[in-house]
Design a binder for this molecule. Sequence first.
Ligand code: FAD
Length: 500
Amino acid sequence: MQNSLRSICIVGGGTAGWMAASLLSSTLRGSKIKLTVVESPDIATIGVGESTVPSIMDFVQASQLDLKSLIQACAASFKLGIRFNEWTSKDSSYFHPFGKIGKDINGFDFYQAWLKSIADGHQTEWLEHSPSAVMAQNARFMLRPQNPRNWVEGSFAHALHLDAVLFARYLRDICIKRGVRRVEATVSKAVVSTNAFIERLELHDLSTIESDFFIDCTGFSALLSEQTLKVGYEDWSHYLPCDRAVTVQSESAEQIPPYTTATALPAGWAWNIPLQHRQGNGYVFSSRYCTDAQATDALLEHIKVKALNTPKIIPFKSGKRNKIWHKNCLALGLSAGFLEPLESTAIHLVYKTLVHFIKHFPDRDFDTHTEQVFNQKIDCDYEEVRDFIILHYYTSKRRDSEFWKWCRTMPIPDSLRRKLLAFEIDGRIDDMPGCFFTSDSWCSILEGMGIRPKKYHPLLDAFSRQDLANTLSQNIHTVRSSVASMPFHTDFIKAHCATK
Ligand code: FAD
């Protein structure tokens, strides 16, 4: 017997809350389930979270949003990857591009073919084979076409830089048009029934809201999942040393780079996110090695241009809830956990959580097996992101401050240790099903940090040195000529999606 949910109440009107309402209002179209969003007029959203990864494009499509109007409304720009400055030494720089790198050769991973070509003495740069990296380097951009004309057009991928406040507002307006009920109120407490399920919310104005299911999008306060259900938190701060950020906005640059920049600083790293109307900046640092005042001064000196607002300090603890779904409550966004923003993955994890949730959508029987399977899947996603972020600190060659010296001896999870060992032998990194960071991403960071495997895949010896060199040279030519025919990123925005 079907025992469907009748209502879902989303508590919190930040990025996570309105993303949930957008995707669910699209997915549940035609169903009888009522969606409500409660957002407090008194508690501000975090107001950061402006750099995304390519899954944002899947979110836009799955939520049936119009990309052009979203970009205009959120003063967005496009992102082809992340430029990492000074992570190996002062003045060093490398790029982590989105999309596929190189063209696989007879079914072999391109990185293996490239390693053989290097061993053969054919010196090409790894990133010359990445369409996204070459586009970013030349500040070129086009949308990924539905029918690519060649492998270059079919290989690159992009994400968005978005104004966080405008993004939540844009999604909210769409959701309201779709019939999502919005309640402007602060929740004072959640009332739990005898079977430890959330029964209703009590609001500051003394009214109540009942619902079959609740999505906790209350940010770091985690009002439902932690304060009410006490699911507990898995603290990963021993792996991820940074625990604070100072953020500030600055004027927009004339030319908008199609990438995020992450520059290593003495006690962490600083981001720059270029939007159409301004830039977002922040210094993510460890309070063990730097005070708030030192971090603020360092950030203002680093950005070199006039700040538009007063710097704001945001404390955080890296980790995740022990159970992201518990009983009739799903934690989403900052209430589910937080991994520092080095690879801009928080919005991606919001989307991933929603995708798993929709796949394992509950009914009022609340089968515990469904909850368990969901939690295993989302835990894997958090662990994947955690390991990938740790990789940057652990492999950095900077030793010029106490913070970077500590990174040399930092503990790492076994899962990461195993991956690094496999890579060091012959560069083979197995992509786990459903993982976001493919072997191309791992190889980009490791190559960028100057770490290369000892050997390549033995079967690549079947390729002749000259044939391989010719193929690679031809591929580079195709990348360069395809990119040269694309418009400049800033011109593309002006022509197609400038904010009004
Ligand atoms: P919030 O934005 O904090 O929203 C919480 C909401 O809950 C608010 O609407 C508030 O009013 C409401 N609320 C709280 N309590 C109550 C209550 N009692 N009653 C009613 N309503 C209530 N992510 C990325 O993907 N890319 C990035 O580049 C990135 N950079 C980041 C940098 C920093 C320093 C930090 C800290 C985070 C960053 N993130 C990034 C994460 C990103 O900001 C969040 O994942 C995203 O904004 C979602 O936030 P949220 O909606 O969970 O919480």
